[in-house]
Design a protein around this ligand. Structure first.
Ligand SMILES: Cc1ncc(COP(=O)(O)O)c(C=O)c1O
Ligand SMILES: [Zn+2]
Length: 405
């Protein structure tokens, strides 16, 4: 058994490995507990390298058994160098972690793969979630691959491209009159009434662990080294917190020697509860989101305070990025690397630029930027880059009027 129990992150009370999203004593989040002595004795670079080219190569460090037949397995996404962007930004080395290569083009396929495994272990037949868009697609695709039903709850103002990208897999989609936070509260209430596996509610402890695999992969792909820093987008804060946890775990089982990388988080100005809490050194206060970065529009982030703590522990920071900069950064990334990241990535690049402007990172830094979602799902902020020149299909006229001019 890979994990032995769930433990409350706040009061350390133990809970069984069931569908249970929060501590019965203090409502704190629950994390799986592993037998670290056993893992230290059994997990090695070689045992990982012998595994499949997907996140299931790290199954020993996840709270579920790897599936016997892995359908549409996410993970082990490319880590590619971005020398032109590194030069433009003035940092020594920049790598892009392309989670757009996952089955539904976002990192959410990782968290859903782990949660869905647990849902199947527990016998749930319906997979559900509240979502800012990408999660809905990931849940719908996973359900289609596994033969489960999918029911997703999203705010009604999501990008049409994102909704179409989820609808095609055949889930039941409910568009909620309200923000993501209304969807989230609704699913928490429904989770007490319905026998469904809500991936980010009653299965959240398992779901969140999927994000650790990004840390494992970055370390392995850099030859079992930690970079100096990683730039990460923040919505609920779970991804940010779990990437930090992933690096601590690698150190504790002796797979890397360096300290954990400094983690730099980004939020858009129109929804920056975690960046504000970091800046003002207070606990996270809920806000009402109004941002172009819809995938990050969580006003009441469940793991916000833990993300702030992770930023401080790793010597990183969390920045708010101007709304106008989101599209500019998406275009800058595309034009210097050939990678079209979504709005969340525009925010992530904004956070990296803020860290460089603050001289936290410079010519000696080796940095990884997470590309967690695909720009084809959120093209609106870069619509201004489309300025075609109309011409006739006439080569002489083209040479005369365009080339010679
Ligand atoms: C593309 C993308 N990046 C990052 C995030 C942030 O993830 P988290 O809620 O774990 O902070 C999301 C969340 O929906 C997302 O869709
Ligand atoms: Zn507790």
């Amino acid at each position: 058994m890979p994990a032995v129990s769930l433990s409350c992150r706040v009061c350390a009370t133990d809970h069984p490995l069931e569908a249970n999203g929060s501590c019965s004593r203090c409502f704190g989040p629950l994390d799986p507990v592993y037998d670290w002595d056993h893992l230290r004795a059994t997990v090695s670079r070689e045992s990982i390298a012998a595994g499949p080219a997907s996140l299931w190569r790290y199954a020993a460090l996840l709270p579920v058994e790897a599936p016997e037949v892995a359908r549409l397995a996410p993970g082990f996404t490319p880590l590619v160098p971005a020398p032109r962007l590194a030069t433009a930004l003035g940092i020594g080395e920049l790598w892009l972690k392309l989670d757009t290569a996952n089955p539904t083009h976002s990192f959410k396929d990782r968290v859903v793969a782990v949660a869905a495994r647990k849902a199947q272990e527990l016998g749930f037949e319906t997979l559900s979630c509240s979502s800012t868009g990408n999660l809905a697609g990931a849940v719908a695709a996973r359900a289609a691959a596994e033969g489960l039903d999918a029911v997703v709850f999203v705010p009604s103002d999501l990008e049409p491209e994102k909704l179409a990208g989820a609808a095609v897999y055949g889930p039941k989609i409910y568009t909620v009159n309200g923000t993501y936070d209304h969807c989230s509260r609704l699913t928490v209430e429904l989770s007490f009434e319905l026998p469904w596996g809500f991936v980010n509610v009653n299965l959240r402890s398992y779901y969140a662990e999927g994000s650790k695999t990004i840390a494992y992969e970055i370390a392995e792909q850099l030859g079992w080294e930690a970079p100096d820093a990683i730039a990460i987008p923040i919505a609920s804060g779970a991804l940010f917190h779990k990437v930090g946890q992933g690096f601590s775990e690698l150190r504790s089982i002796g797979l890397i020697d360096q300290p954990a990388p400094r983690l730099f988080g980004g939020q858009a100005e129109g929804c920056q509860p975690v960046a504000t809490a970091f800046r003002d050194e207070v606990s996270v206060q809920p806000v009402r989101p109004n941002t172009v970065a819809r995938s990050l529009a969580i006003g009441n982030p469940a793991d916000g305070d833990f993300a702030v703590a992770t930023a401080r522990e790793t010597g990183g920071a969390i920045y708010a990025v101007a709304e106008e900069a989101v599209g500019e950064n998406m275009a800058l990334l595309a034009q210097t690397t050939g990678v079209f990241g979504e709005t969340a990535t525009g925010v992530t690049l904004g956070a990296l630029r803020a860290a460089i402007a603050a001289r936290e990172l410079g010519p000696r830094s080796r940095v990884v930027l997470l590309v967690t979602g695909d720009g084809l799902k959120t093209p609106q902020p870069v619509a201004h880059t489309y300025n075609p020149v109309p011409i006739e299909a006439d080569a002489d006229a083209f040479i005369d009027q365009v080339i010679a001019a």
